[in-house]
Design a protein around this ligand. Structure first.
Ligand code: AR6
Length: 170
């Protein structure tokens, strides 16, 4: 099982599937969502319009169009409201559902951004711990998925993910 973290722009990664931290409309936005739409080109928005939105904690699939990645898995993280509104379970569900979808299309290599930790204000330490432990557990169910990369935008974010990965060695 190969789980790693890097600092990179997720729109440049040559993986089978990149995950997008979208909103329930799936019609684009700022942050990583805006970057993915810009890099994938206008066909991505056309494809997203046909999906009819996505509930928080769920995931939907499109092609990657002009991205190096073959697929985009759009998932909607929870907005942080203090932690008493099921945010942790919803964030774990994003990672679980995204990997389940990756397995159904035989995506061997998958990259995640740090879902919900930007505009949605989920505390990074907590989010990274949930991301790493959920992926680690869920990957056992999907042996076809060979590698998962946490694609961090900043060096600070990368340090947090690496600390979580180091704590969770078997
Ligand atoms: N590659 C990798 N990570 C990135 C990139 C990139 N190109 N750009 C930003 N990040 P955010 P959220 C990081 O706000 O909190 C959008 O408007 C960023 O540093 O993109 O889930 C959607 O439409 C942060 O660590 O997503 C929704 O409305 C992480 O990606 C809302 O934001 C996530 O930050 C979703 O908010």
């Amino acid at each position: 099982m190969n789980i790693n973290a890097i600092q990179a722009d997720i729109t440049r990664l040559k993986v089978d599937a990149v995950v997008n931290a979208a909103n329930t409309s799936l019609l684009g936005g700022g942050g990583v969502d805006g970057a993915i739409h810009r890099a994938a080109g206008p066909e991505l928005l056309t494809a997203c319009k046909e999906l009819g939105g996505c509930a928080t904690g769920e995931a939907k699939l499109t092609d990657g169009f002009e991205l190096p990645a073959r697929y985009v898995i759009h998932t909607v993280g929870p907005v942080w409201k203090g932690g008493e509104q099921g945010e942790e379970a919803l964030l774990a569900s994003c990672y679980r559902q995204s990997l389940a979808l990756a397995a159904t299309v035989n995506a061997d290599t998958v990259a995640f951004p740090s879902i919900s930790t930007g505009v949605y204000r989920f505390p990074i330490q907590q989010a990274a711990a949930i991301a790493v432990s959920t992926v680690k557990t869920v990957l056992k169910k999907y042996p076809s998925v060979e590698s998962v990369t946490f694609c961090c935008f900043s060096a600070d974010e990368l340090a947090v993910y690496n600390a979580c990965l180091n704590q969770l060695t078997d």
